[in-house]
Write a protein that binds this ligand. Structure first.
Ligand code: ADP
Ligand code: MG
Length: 734
């Protein structure tokens, strides 16, 4: 714990700790790290120290093979966990879960109970570790549960270590859990993710067995590294605007003369206060087990990015939630508000989350690593083709997976990948799949070296393809990067979908290969079978591969010719979850039942409608209670000045013209407030699809019109009367 409450002193302390850590190098022993940061994670290492051997082995078996723990084991683990937490100052524990709100939820219980003799005993039973029962009735269930069936259960996820969340005067033991209804329906984001990881394991292991590369491999899982973009806004200014404080984005605001035109913020020097904040947030995350790695300025002023080292997907998803929460929590200590919204400012770059995804064996082999002589690496080609096939078949659903009201502002706006989902492979892999399509693979394109022409500079090795920032799903060396995820989104859902659809394709490809093999095939026969299957896959699905400029009109036209879906907004995208192929993928791999999928679709639609509804009402309020009165006051002052000038017998026809313009603008603004207000009042009830389209076409459209009139007023009304901080103030962070 940091001792001083002064943020700057804390920042210095935190960054010194951080430097000590880097100075000691990546080989710093776990104990040393513990000593520096006071690691607040009850991980396997802690369990090995504190559990009897047999119990420890049971935990490992539960983590690796999903073996069930006996009640006795659970009691022993709970006691050890409780002792550890109390030693570290925890007073309460909570089952920490991820309901469909997209946030995390917790309900705290005391770790101590009165002993009846004036003291307390500390207690955490195995039963309370393993299972909890929060009241589920107030979480979104999308019709999975009627309110009278309020029961919901949380179930311990032993694969994600418990951690201690702390503030100045509290410390709470957080136990990651899944959240299900009374009859076992998933009410959260973790349960389906864990199921999708199981599915992937089964299908990927099948492929390894076919290739005979499964020796010593216990499991295959997906790996994830999520890069997080965010804005920092001065906290006082943030709370001075109701749009920011309720919606996390500005609903009015005209562009200042200088924003990002000079590109002088991207990768620029990080301002001191921001660096202090970053160092402290990183130190906290590190303490919670999040392996944070990089930090830098982003494109827009006030925009930054943080990225961790990749981990197994389940853990990485939990850590991503911790990251978002920590950024928000620590920002306040430095006088900042951390804004995770996808588009806080119109006309300024928005924020996303790059979802780096790959496949790895438990022994650490990256199955999407092409290696040097890629054309000889048939197993890699199977995994590659499975991803291509999956993305082509389910492009619409992948698009839907990242569809939210906030993300709609970015996608297709030439700052984030377009709404058309395609796969970027780069020169080397594109050449490879073209060879596959022709039937044989005989070469691997090489990137070569870059000579910088100066003796003192090293020769750089060049990748075999450039980066393509416009692609939504790009192969980047040894992983795929889904770049279209919104910055405020939980990454659990996109990864659930990717795991599921890739499982389906691995299954299809493995089955087809198996069906071509009879008896005990020779190596040549096996290779021939694999190549012929992959040839078919490439032929059928290569249309989804695109290496060009995703922002261009030519691509939009070309994509249409290729028959790729172009779902421009959330109301267009969400129905993709209701297709037969979507249902079948989720059902076949036991990730979501039809009811569970339907409930999610309903929740996504309702969230979209509610978000826009809240924004619209906030906007009406700001317009009526802040902007309109300020504009009227401005109008009155000019009118008085005109009257006074004319009263003095001086010609004021110029000022009178100005007055007429203002009066006209104010009148149109007022009329548009009523248009928006009426649109809100006439929203249809019932059918969520209809509701979504209405929110977009009637409410959101009216908001855009009101905004442009409000922004025009901002440029006219005396700055002394303008009732809220402007973009210039919001965007200058020092
Ligand atoms: P960039 O994409 O900006 O070039 P990096 O290559 O450093 O940056 O990686 C970005 C993110 O991808 C990091 O979080 C990193 O840990 C993650 N990453 C790297 N390798 C893998 C992998 N095999 N699986 C999942 N994520 C990975
Ligand atoms: Mg990246």
């Amino acid at each position: 714990m940091l001792s001083s409450t002064d943020p700057h002193a804390q920042a210095v302390a935190a960054s010194t700790k951080w430097q000590n850590q880097s100075a000691s190098g990546s080989n710093a022993s776990a104990d040393r790290v513990d000593e520096i940061y006071g690691i607040d994670v009850f991980d396997l290492r802690k369990m090995r120290e504190r559990l009897p051997k047999g119990t420890y082995r049971s935990v490992v078996a539960a983590m690796e093979q999903g073996a069930r723990l006996t009640p006795l084991d659970a009691d022993v683990i709970a006691t050890a966990m409780k002792d550890w937490a109390i030693e570290r100052g925890a007073t309460h524990y909570t089952h920490w879960f991820q309901p469909m709100t997209g946030l995390t939820a917790e309900k705290h219980d005391g770790l101590s109970i009165p002993d009846g003799e004036g003291g307390v005993v500390f207690q955490l039973s195995g039963a309370s570790l393993v299972q909890g029962e929060p009241d589920a009735s107030s979480f979104p269930s999308g019709g999975l549960r009627a309110t009278f069936e309020a029961r919901g259960y949380t179930a311990w996820d032993p694969t994600s270590p418990a951690f201690i969340s702390r503030g100045l005067n509290y410390a709470t033991l957080c136990i990651p859990t899944a959240f299900v209804s009374w009859n076992g329906d998933a009410l959260d984001k973790k349960t389906p993710l864990l199921r999708s990881i199981d599915a992937l394991n089964t299908q990927a292991m099948r492929v390894l067995k076919l290739f005979g590369t499964d020796a010593g491999v216990k499991s295959v899982g997906s790996t994830l590294g999520a890069e997080q973009e965010y804005f920092l806004i001065d906290r006082n200014l943030y709370f001075a605007r109701s749009d920011l404080s309720t919606c996390d984005r500005t609903l009015f605001g005209s562009m200042p003369p200088k924003h990002q035109q000079l590109d002088d913020h991207y990768f620029g020097a990080i301002p001191g206060r921001v660096l202090g904040f970053m160092a402290e947030a990183e130190a906290e995350m590190f303490r919670l087990g999040v392996p944070v790695m990089t930090r830098h300025n982003e494109v827009a002023p006030g925009q930054f990015e943080i990225a961790p080292l990749f981990e197994s997907t389940n853990l990485a998803c939990d850590h991503q939630m911790v990251t978002m929460e920590t950024l928000k929590r620590v920002a306040g200590r430095y006088g900042f508000a951390c804004v995770l919204h996808e588009k806080p400012f119109a006309g300024v770059n928005g924020s996303g989350k790059h979802n780096n995804w790959s496949l790895s064996t438990d022994t650490g082999v990256n199955l999407l690593d092409p290696q040097d002589e890629t054309h000889t690496n048939l197993q890699f080609m199977v995994f590659l083709c499975a991803v291509i096939r999956a993305v082509d078949i389910h492009a619409d659903m992948l698009r839907a997976t990242i569809a939210t009201a906030g993300n709609d502002h970015r996608l297709g706006a030439n700052e984030a990948p377009p709404a058309i989902i395609s796969v970027f492979l780069g020169d080397m892999l594109t050449d490879l799949i073209e060879q596959l399509e022709r039937g044989s693979t005989s070469r691997t394109l090489k990137g070569g070296q870059l000579d910088l022409g100066a003796q003192t500079l090293p020769m750089l090795s060049r990748d075999s393809g450039d980066r393509n920032r416009t692609s939504p799903f790009a192969f980047t060396g040894n992983k795929f990067e889904l770049r279209a995820v919104g910055s405020s989104a939980s990454v659990a859902w996109p990864n659930t979908v990717i795991n599921t659809i890739v499982s389906e394709s691995l299954d299809a490809i493995a089955s087809e290969i198996e069906s071509k093999l009879k008896g005990k095939p020779t190596e040549a026969q096996f290779e021939k079978a694999v190549r012929s299957v992959l040839q078919g896959v490439v032929k059928q699905h290569k249309r989804v591969v695109f290496n060009g400029d995703g922002y261009s009109q030519e691509w939009e036209d070309e994509a249409e010719r290729r028959g790729l879906p172009n779902l421009k907004s959330t109301p267009d995208a969400i129905p993709a979850f209701q297709t037969a192929k979507a249902r079948s993928a989720f059902r076949k791999y036991k990730v979501l039942s039809k009811a569970e999928l339907d409930s999610r679709t309903e929740i996504f639609a309702e969230t979209y409608i509610t978000r826009i509804g809240i924004e619209a009402e906030t906007m009406v309020q700001m317009a009526r209670q802040q902007i309109f009165p300020a504009a009227m006051e401005h109008q009155r002052r000019i009118a008085e000045a005109v009257a006074a000038t004319e009263g003095a017998g001086v010609d004021a026809s110029d000022a009178r013209e100005g007055l007429e313009e203002v009066t006209d603008l104010v009148a149109r603004f007022r009329a548009q407030i009523n248009v928006l207000d009426d649109a809100i009042a006439s929203a249809p009830q019932g059918d969520p699809y209809k509701g979504m389209r209405y929110s977009r076409d009637a409410i959101f459209a009216a908001m855009e019109d009101l905004r442009s009139l409000g922004d025009e007023l901002e440029q006219v009304v005396s700055s002394e009367l303008w009732p809220m901080p402007t973009y210039r103030e919001l965007l200058s962070i020092r």
